[in-house]
Design a binder for this molecule. Structure first.
Ligand code: NAD
Length: 363
């Protein structure tokens, strides 16, 4: 198959969908790979590395779209790319169709085959192409939280791990899923006192078993959260109710219970956030303050660490991409139910119920 890897052009997107290691694998399977010049530059991969791995470098995005049977990307195509997409061309990328009606209509009109990373689903209902980004965001949440706890950054001025003779900071993690688990591990590793709250008792049991001694688990309810935040220095929001807006677990009135300089990192901001006072921010302007509490609500946290994020993402996407390239999308989706669930729009028709429901389109 002829594979095209364009350079991402969405604002501040530094990841790339295929690494030189991925090119090597495609070549071993007999496929041809075209990579747009500088596609991997922001992730730390040079054109020379891609060429050495066996890719052909093309100077423009137009050439990549024109030649490829399968386009592998990171983010959804943006308006300037719509016209480049050909009928029957397979696009394998994050789409998030339910959050963009123009994108949905554009892909229907282009009659492309759109296989969305975010809806590829395993039999245990986990989403293997979303997990790596939650892992990155969860770990990063502690790094960012620690930074903004510093006094010059507006925080309380406490070191997460303390030192001999001085107590460490208290970290509260809301939601013990992928984000919460990774955040708790990082905070615990730095020596903080960590509490994870979740509504799932089986999940709390599991976390209690695997976490180190400086991590406690507590049932998530308003009473417990109100008590915990009085002595918390850093709060990480990592709750998810699939397909729904995140619940506001920290309401505005609760901010008054906290110490000034408390830092709240709302990782769940991409689902509306789990603090009432959250609003999405950017890497350029990541924080703001409400009632003395620092809010960090960057919606695309992994974008700040493109080297790690690219490798984490491509580790997960490559086996699926190889299956698609080896078998063609029709056979690949017939033989692999996980991939079939990724099909969202096929040759002008919406084939994913969530997308048809979102925009009232035939299914
Ligand atoms: P997950 O499904 O693995 O975990 C969510 C957890 O929240 C589950 O354990 C669930 O039981 C728990 N939960 C649900 N309601 C709760 C409540 N009321 N109180 C406490 N816990 C509750 O999800 P995840 O992969 O960890 O993702 C968490 C969020 O982070 C998602 O919204 C995801 O989209 C987001 N995310 C954001 C970024 C970013 O850059 N901002 C990056 C990756 C993921």
């Amino acid at each position: 198959m002829i594979i095209g890897v364009p350079k991402e052009i969405k604002n501040n997107e530094n990841r790339v969908a295929v690494t030189p290691a991925g090119v090597t694998e495609f070549r071993k399977h007999g496929h041809v790979v075209y990579v747009q010049a500088e596609a991997g530059k922001s992730s730390g991969f040079s054109d020379e590395q891609y060429a050495e791995a066996g890719a052909t470098i093309l100077p423009t995005i137009e050439e990549v779209y024109a030649i490829a049977e399968m386009i592998i990307k990171v983010k959804e195509p943006i308006a300037s790319e719509y016209g480049l997409i050909k009928e029957n061309q397979l696009l394998f990328t994050y789409f998030h169709f339910a959050s963009s009606e123009p994108l949905t209509h554009a892909m229907i009109e282009r009659k492309a085959v759109c296989l969305a990373y975010e809806t590829v689903e395993k039999t245990d209902r986990s989403l293997p192409l979303l997990v790596p980004m939650s892992e990155v965001a969860g770990r990063m949440a502690i790094q960012e939280g620690a930074k903004y706890l510093e006094k010059p950054m507006g925080g309380f001025g406490i070191l997460l791990g303390g030192v001999a003779g001085v107590k460490p900071a208290n970290v509260l993690v809301l939601g013990g899923g992928i984000v919460g688990t990774q955040a708790a591990k990082m905070a615990a590793g730095l020596g903080a006192n960590v509490t994870i709250v979740d509504i799932s008792l089986p999940r709390l049991r599991y976390l209690e078993d695997i976490m180190p001694a400086n991590v406690d688990t507590v049932m998530s309810n308003e009473y417990n959260i109100r008590e915990l935040i009085k002595s918390t220095n850093l709060i990480i929001g990592g709750v998810l109710i699939p397909g729904a807006k995140a619940p506001s677990l920290i309401t505005r009135d609760m901010l008054k219970l906290m110490k000034p300089g408390t830092v709240m990192v709302d990782v769940a901001i991409d689902q509306g956030g789990c603090f009432e006072t959250s609003r999405a921010t950017t890497h350029e302007d990541p924080i703001y303050e409400v009632d003395g509490v620092v809010h960090y609500c960057v919606a695309n946290m992994p974008g700040a660490v493109p080297y790690t994020s690219t490798l984490a993402l491509t580790n997960a996407t490559l086996p699926y991409a190889l299956h698609l390239a080896d078998n063609g999308w029709k056979n690949a989706c017939t033989t692999n139910e996980e991939l079939r669930k990724g099909l969202n729009v096929v040759n002008g028709k919406v084939v994913f119920k969530g997308v048809s429901d979102a925009w009232n389109l035939p299914y």
